[in-house]
Design a binder for this molecule. Sequence first.
Ligand SMILES: Cc1ncc(COP(=O)(O)O)c(C=O)c1O
Length: 405
Amino acid sequence: MDLEFVRRQFPAMGSLAFFENAGGTFVPQTVIDKVSRYMIETQVQPGGDFAPSVRAAERITESHRLMAEMLNASPEEVMVGISTSMNVYILAQAIRHWFAPGDEIVVTNLDHEANNGAWRRLEEFRLEVREWRVNPDTADLELDDLEKLLTDRTRLVCVSQCSNITGSINDVEKIARRVHDAGALICVDAVAYAAHRRLDVKALDVDFYLISLYKLYGPHVSLLYGRRELLLEAKRQHHYFIEDDDIPLKLNPGGPNHEFTASLSGIIDYFNAFHRHHFPGSNASLQTRMSECFDLITVHEQRLAKPFVDFLDSKPEVRILGRATANHKLRVPTFSFVVNGRDSNEFPKHLAEHGVGIRAGHFYAKRLIDALGVDKNNGVVRASMVHYNSPDEVKRLIEHLDEVI
Ligand SMILES: Cc1ncc(COP(=O)(O)O)c(C=O)c1O
């Protein structure tokens, strides 16, 4: 992967060695251009007959189409919403009438609260919520434990494809198969996964799927995918005069953010430029192009991760949460750790003085922090890499951490 080419595409790239990518990534110029062009040229209500309005609608439609194609879904299966937390909340409201008192929903204590709290609230409607708990030693969810939770009343299992704390990847394809065998649906939070791998809802065979585009080189909006027949059955959350078969529009209680939605094609423009640069002359499909881009990205990210995990592993006072490996089959390069007897907030402060950006806390996965017993450290220290990070930046991260551990 041509790192210099990659870094040139992101105008925010500067002297800060940025490792808070799991919180939100930088955006390429292609996205910025699309937001500003929308606001300059087409900042009018879309769908009218006058030229800027026609153009606005075209830009929004094209972006929406590309986002669906990126997920390997159709546009009517993909809603653009304000955030994943909001999208899950809306989804829970839209499908809660499917469930009878005593029906069961499984949530995890690994997940970010987004794919958690909105489901747990359904206890108000006398649903039973069951918790799939991580093994506290490994921070892994084990399929055998899910097995014990599934009953003939299980209607839905909510789980993440990747933890925003440990970076561990869950085998969603396998989990989905097991959930479907039990006659239930699966809702997958792929927010922490999306910046690192190609996305394909059909290959995973999931029912609902969530990503936040501000963590995939885009603006602050999120996608909710739902299988077509399920979205048709979901209850309208929009105004009463929006038709029941008008998906995904009927699910969105408010209008989407037009300028950000229109800019989403800029994410694909970036990956297209990345692909053209590395595979000139190709006319492969978008899914294939994304796959080839992410093959290169994965190799680069593993190279970044290796020295960092080796460094953490060499420190007896450090506890890595999750898998102490750089292996891309097992994780994305998001690392969290605690240092024996130390407040996690000490470390980001020191690193910030040296131009290295990381953070500490529970990152809204508070249930996991509590389950792993690291609440006494005030949460974890997290450093997360994406493909635009450089080996030199990782060196600086290690060097300055080494001064204070
Ligand atoms: C794994 C995971 N899921 C969900 C979310 C929430 O996303 P949003 O900010 O779009 O609600 C986050 C945000 O940090 C996350 O890391």
